[in-house]
Design a protein around this ligand. Structure first.
Ligand code: PMV
Length: 345
């Protein structure tokens, strides 16, 4: 019998990109999930991804060798100054990411057998909603369960973070942590030790955050790894003050959320976006829609790596907000924020 698990996507209310440099982010698990069925398989790895219409059968040794090679290329990229993962990005491309995740999971768990994995997902890929993190977390959980291993969430998160590095080079770990633990969280990485600080914000923000909607603005031309690298390549004199201010905005946002201070929330989202935009992370489509939302008194920003993908919009009058978005030809999505993390179905 296959084991079925699921993990949610995530959205940054605020703090993306700056979180890579050790600043905090406020993140919510969203009510769109990736489902993975896994069962034991002798000597090979079979993958079927219904969302991407992808099917493959790989020999087990090939999968293990691929993930080991990807890790070596990652280490060499991380050792450069500044870190450069271009080689990794051309090695781990598209659906090969699944090979890297499964190979990493099997070898981390010391499982020298194969697995059959079937994936269905509600999370659009490469759109700032953490599709790769939800996939990594769900695969680690599903494969470990299929082999009778009950891993603590911390361990699942640690292995999934290693997988995320193979997709994005230098991710913060915030995405996989939110998809793994779920809820509304404060995430920060200690840059010196690499340790994650993950704090649930349930007590500070106990209410349902219903004034937010998501809007899909189109597929980004660049991957998360490339967009993170784009920010890293800016001169430190230009980049660092903006990163620092985004960190302050996140701290101020926690206060505004606690108080349910709509005006504060809106002005912080809008300021956050002007800073992210300075890094070249917008698109003409996003600019136009954001201007419309701001002109009717709302706030909006792209999410995650940005460069297109999902937009997060906020207004205390949700009906007016949805109407404004629709009038521009877009489809506002009301999703639940702060849902449960990875789980067996
Ligand atoms: O686009 P996503 O969903 O992969 O989110 C990336 C978020 C960043 O802050 C840009 C990178 C990171 O690792 O935190």
């Amino acid at each position: 019998m296959p084991v079925k698990v699921s993990a949610p996507g995530k959205v940054h209310l605020v703090g993306e990109h700056a979180v890579v440099y050790g600043e905090p982010a406020i993140m919510a698990a969203v009510g769109l999930r990736t489902y993975v069925d896994a069962e034991r398989e002798r000597g090979s790895v079979i993958v079927e991804d219904f969302q991407r219409k992808f099917k493959a059968k790989w020999d087990l040794k090939g999968v293990l060798d691929f993930s080991e090679e990807a890790r070596k290329i990652w280490e060499s990229g991380a050792g450069k100054k500044p870190a450069d993962f271009s080689g990794l990005f051309s090695f781990v491309k598209g659906d090969d990411f699944k090979k890297a995740v499964i190979g990493t999971t099997l070898s981390k768990l010391g499982i020298m057998e194969g697995v059959k994995v079937r994936i269905t997902s509600e999370i659009p890929t490469g759109s700032g909603l953490g599709s790769s993190s939800a996939l990594s977390v769900a695969i680690v959980k599903a494969v470990s369960e299929a082999y009778g291993k009950k891993l603590p969430l911390e361990k699942i998160n640690e292995i999934a973070f290693g997988c995320e590095q193979l997709a994005h080079g230098m991710p913060s770990g915030g995405d996989n942590s939110t998809c793994c633990f779920g809820g509304l969280i404060w995430f920060q990485k200690d840059i010196k030790t690499g340790k994650f600080i993950i704090k649930s914000l349930r007590k500070e923000v106990p209410y349902e955050m219903k004034e937010f909607v998501l809007v899909y603005t189109g597929k980004p031309e660049k991957t998360t790894g490339e967009l993170v690298q784009q920010v890293r390549m800016h001169e430190p004199e230009f980049r660092d003050p903006r990163i620092k201010r985004i960190g302050e905005i996140t701290r101020e946002m926690l206060g505004a959320l606690k108080e349910r201070d709509s005006e504060g929330i809106k002005s912080l989202i809008n300021e956050d976006w002007t800073l992210l935009r300075d890094f070249g992370l917008s698109t003409p489509t996003a600019d136009k829609l954001i201007e419309k939302i701001k002109s009717m008194g709302g706030a909006a920003k792209l999410c995650g790596a940005c460069g297109g993908g999902m937009m997060l919009a906020y207004h205390e009058d949700l009906d007016r907000l949805k109407k404004a978005i629709k009038s521009e030809g877009f489809d506002p999505m009301e999703v639940k924020l702060g849902v449960e993390g990875v789980r067996v179905e």
